[in-house]
Design a protein around this ligand. Structure first.
Ligand code: OSB
Ligand code: MG
Length: 375
């Protein structure tokens, strides 16, 4: 039985080591919402909201998520008895549209709380089977092809097993081709357009099709599946869908339409771990590989991603880079590390997510806080 007595919302700001540019904008810092659940037995569960500062990836932002968590998510969760965390997402879906990242932050913290209460790792609580996961890096748009080549070369030397190159019109074919030529035909490269193209301007995408990419991620509109299916018929390279898959039903639509052959699962985008597991299972049944995406999370959201990526059909390296790739100093102890072959260990021998929130540091960084309690 799961009964949540209180939810603490906090906002912190963390400066990125370097600005991260995607086709729809640049960010130099993350405004991060953390949620801390407490059960009637005094067990805690932490979660992180993945909404970006501006609604250029999904419609949510830290401010809309804060409002949604306070006004609509918390009242449905606080003081209620759930048989387990899998009952939370259905309760949040009744006559409550959207706000997936707000819902997910609380739902995922409830899975963490349940894992802590049972003394099992979050990985195993979710059905994870791996002891370590392979990871890649997502490289933002650079000032020149030469600058990108140096970043990609350094990433492979560091051990990353997949190099994702952000692209936009004007920074696409020449950039990716330069990396392919410099790093050779075997280098595990992919491109992510974050919706920068339309079916009317596919020349760049057709040129990218010649460069032996593992996949091209979400070239078309953020909520599109039909046009992606048209595009996939014209390309050899598998399309990977990110933004458009907001639920297990949308993943089923992708499979039925042939909109893509690979899925990037971000638990925040789909409303939490229950939907992530459903998408994982559906894709496994259809022979569709999945990998764990990222939203430049702090060590808390990262812990949840590591646990999710330990499920069996996460067969491709995820955007789950170690703490050092993002921050001078993370907010968990220990920080997330990666070895020289691109492995991140899954903490399966400890209860819950396997890292400790650095409370003193989080307290110092907190700029806004609200305590919500069961009535
Ligand atoms: O499309 O995957 C994306 C970051 C912000 C918004 C969208 C995306 C990303 C990333 C980050 O690629 C990957 C990471 O967390 O390392
Ligand atoms: Mg993406």
């Amino acid at each position: 039985m799961l009964r949540i007595e209180s939810i603490t919302l906090r906002e912190i700001t963390l400066a990125l080591k370097e600005p991260f540019q995607i086709s729809s904008g640049t960010q130099s810092r993350r405004r991060i919402l953390l949620v801390e659940l407490r059960s009637s037995d005094g067990v805690e569960g932490w979660g992180e909201c993945t909404a970006g500062e501006f609604p250029n990836y999904s419609p949510e932002t830290p401010d809309t998520a804060w409002l949604a968590m306070r006004e609509w998510v918390s009242p449905r969760v606080l003081g209620r008895e759930f048989a387990g965390p899998e009952e939370i997402h259905p309760a949040l879906e009744i006559n409550f549209r959207g706000h997936n990242m707000a819902k997910a932050a609380v739902e995922m913290a409830a899975w963490e709380l349940a894992a802590q209460a049972e003394g099992v790792s979050l990985s195993r609580k979710l059905g994870g089977t791996r002891d370590r996961i392979r990871v890649g890096i997502s490289l933002g748009i650079q000032a020149s092809p030469e600058a990108l080549v140096e970043k990609a070369r350094a990433a492979l030397a560091r051990g990353y097993r997949k190099v994702k190159i952000k692209i936009k019109p004007g920074a696409d074919v020449a950039y990716v081709r330069a990396v392919r030529e410099a790093l050779g035909p075997e280098a595990p490269l992919m491109a992510d357009a974050n919706n920068a193209y339309t079916l009317e301007d596919t020349a760049s995408l057709e040129a990218l099709d010649e460069l032996g990419l593992m996949m091209i991620e979400q070239p078309l509109a953020w909520d599109d599946l039909l046009r992606h299916a048209d595009l996939q018929k014209r390309l050899q390279t598998p399309l990977c869908i990110d933004e458009s898959i907001t639920s297990a039903d949308r993943a089923a639509d992708m499979i039925a339409l042939g909109s893509g052959r690979i899925v990037n699962i971000k638990a925040g985008r789909v409303g939490g771990f229950r939907q992530s597991k459903a998408i994982h299972d559906l894709c496994a049944a259809h022979g569709i590989p999945v990998w764990c995406g990222g939203m430049l999370e702090s060590g808390i959201g990262r812990a949840h991603n590591v646990a999710l990526a330990s499920l069996p059909n996460f067969t491709l390296p995820g955007d789950v880079s170690p703490s050092e790739r993002y921050w001078e100093r993370d907010i968990v102890l220990p920080e997330w590390t990666m070895d020289g072959e691109g492995w991140v260990q899954v903490p399966v021998d400890q209860p819950g997510m396997g890292v400790q929130p650095d409370r003193d540091r989080i307290e110092d960084l907190t700029v806004r806080r609200e305590d919500l309690k069961a009535r």
